[in-house]
Design a protein around this ligand. Structure first.
Ligand code: ZN
Length: 314
């Protein structure tokens, strides 16, 4: 999947970046499906942010060990997606326990039917068809969950794991370092054309970004794309609000999904003119509009294929 081979401003793929003392950021290679990761070195242990796919985890594990001798004890899945959670088993073998929000575990139960019962082909099994790293590992759901907040504080380092509302999924975790004012945002805030909207709620998303903005972060370490300053949240929010403003008049006119799709190219051209948000426009643009349409009209609460199914049944 060479969807994103072009580099974007600030990209430092595969480079260990020291964000602050004891805080590191690593931008994953999206051509391998890898997410960004971070790690925080506490007095006694290391906490890793996002488990990545197994191959991404295997790549980052030695890079972490090169920065510290302390044991890697915890890995936080910012949400249930494979590129953020399927590496849990790899980290477990390295001694770490996976943590996520209750919402992320619920989403996993919903989609990982091969593991939790139901349809034998859950998302893991589908991913295993095309990815050897998934095929050669096994799904390990998070063993520790929290509802809204979980705090790690040893007097030297403090990390707050926060669930701030629906966004990219129904279980997104932000990792907030109040002393350094660094925010690891998972895919609730990305930097580039990486917004997958199928599993979340497009109307709640900007509100959740407002809650993140209220923390007043100085540095954002996003789930995909380059590290940025706090204004990244404004850009990400502006992108969704702009799309909503384009879709809403069509919803009010009771335009069909086909009519919306017919408008997609014109809307895309308009959004591309806005330099603040043009970098968010990718090849899933029409799907993003459809998802917003679906959320406005109450047709989607979950995945895009729900829209596609209802489209077929018309
Ligand atoms: Zn994701």
């Amino acid at each position: 999947m060479a969807l994103y081979t072009c580099l974007h401003a600030g990209d430092k793929i595969g480079v260990v970046q020291k964000v602050a003392p004891n805080v590191y950021f690593h931008q994953g290679n999206i051509d391998k499906g890898h997410c960004n990761q971070g790690w925080i070195i506490f007095r006694e242990f290391v906490l890793v942010i996002d488990s990545n796919f197994p191959s991404g985890a295997a790549e980052v594990l030695p890079k972490i060990k090169a920065t510290t001798k302390k044991p890697i004890k915890y890995v936080v899945d910012t949400h249930h997606h494979g590129d953020h959670a399927y590496g849990n088993q790899t980290w477990a073998e390295a001694g770490a326990t996976a943590i996520a929000s209750e919402g992320a575990l619920q989403e996993m139960k919903k989609y990982e039917t091969g593991f939790f019962g139901g349809h034998p082909l859950g998302r893991w099994e589908w991913a295993a068809k095309s990815r050897a790293d998934v095929r050669n590992s096994k799904l390990l759901p998070p063993q520790i969950t929290f509802r809204k907040k979980m705090v790690f504080d040893d007097g030297q380092m403090r990390a707050e794991l926060l669930y701030l509302g629906n966004a990219h999924t129904h279980g997104d975790v932000f990792v907030w370092l109040p002393r350094e004012r660094i925010l690891f945002s998972g895919d609730a805030c990305v930097n580039g054309p990486y917004n997958y909207m199928g599993d979340g709620n497009s109307l709640d998303w900007p509100k959740t970004l407002d809650a993140a903005k209220a923390l007043r972060p100085k540095t954002i370490c996003p789930g995909h794309g380059a590290m940025a300053n706090g204004s990244l949240i404004d850009d990400q929010k502006a992108y969704f609000i702009t799309l909503q403003k384009q879709v809403l008049p069509l919803v009010k006119r009771k335009a069909s999904l086909e009519q919306l799709t017919g408008q997609a190219e014109a809307i895309r051209a308009k959004v591309l003119k806005n330099k603040k948000i043009s970098r968010y426009v990718g090849n899933k643009f029409a799907d993003q509009l459809k998802k917003i349409y679906g959320d406005f009209t109450g047709q989607t609460l979950g995945r895009l294929d729900v829209v596609k199914e209802s489209e077929k049944n018309k």
